[in-house]
Design a protein around this ligand. Structure first.
Ligand code: IMP
Ligand code: MG
Length: 174
């Protein structure tokens, strides 16, 4: 089986958008204790670029959320692994995600983190695939809306491949 990647969002478009998002976040959190929590592994490249374009101090952490099972469909069961040193009480938490697909991962994470008493909790996602939503999830900072295709690159993978691409594309198998 051959997998081809067709470009969807260029490196330049992504970098411009990340700059715009960073400007908004820098304004909105100018007087806050901002803690960005990236959701591994997909969000690491996006978050690395985003924090370097902020003009305010930021604390960074990561959590691991894995859907059971493999393939291109989420199973709906999400396992969350938080770093042992993560202290979110009283902080303004901004979750950084690569893509909101069904929205199940993010809504489970938000529900789980609320128990640790953050001051506020908001969501920043590079991509949104609205055709697939299965829950009401509010994205406070959004990069791009994508069509109902499986997308890769800029941190997003298919079976651990293509994360390193500087652009976002969709895959087709033949
Ligand atoms: P959810 O369906 O919103 O819970 O998405 C769970 C996770 O699946 C996302 O955070 C991504 O890591 C991954 N995912 C969903 N759609 C895609 C895609 O099109 N490409 C790559 N990963 C995806
Ligand atoms: Mg993800």
């Amino acid at each position: 089986m051959e997998i081809k990647v067709f470009p969807l969002i260029s490196e330049e478009e992504i970098q411009n958008k990340v700059g715009e998002l960073a400007d908004c976040i820098s304004k909105d959190y100018a007087k806050s204790k901002l803690l960005m929590i990236g959701i591994l592994k997909g969000a690491w490249i996006f978050m690395a670029d985003l924090v370097r374009k902020l003009t305010i101090p930021v604390e960074c952490d990561f959590l691991r959320a894995s859907s059971y099972g493999s393939g291109t469909e989420t199973s709906g069961k999400v396992k969350i692994t938080l770093g042992a040193s993560t202290n979110i009480e009283g902080k303004d938490v901004l979750l950084v995600e690569d893509i909101v697909d069904t929205g199940l991962t993010l809504s489970k994470i938000v529900k789980a983190l609320v128990h640790y008493n953050p001051k506020t909790i908001k969501v920043c996602s590079l991509l949104d695939k609205p055709a697939r939503h299965r829950t009401n999830i509010n994205i406070d900072y959004l990069g791009f809306t994508v069509p109902n295709k499986f997308v890769v690159g800029y941190g997003l993978d298919y079976d651990e491949k293509f994360r390193y691409l500087p652009y976002v594309g969709y895959i087709e198998k033949s």
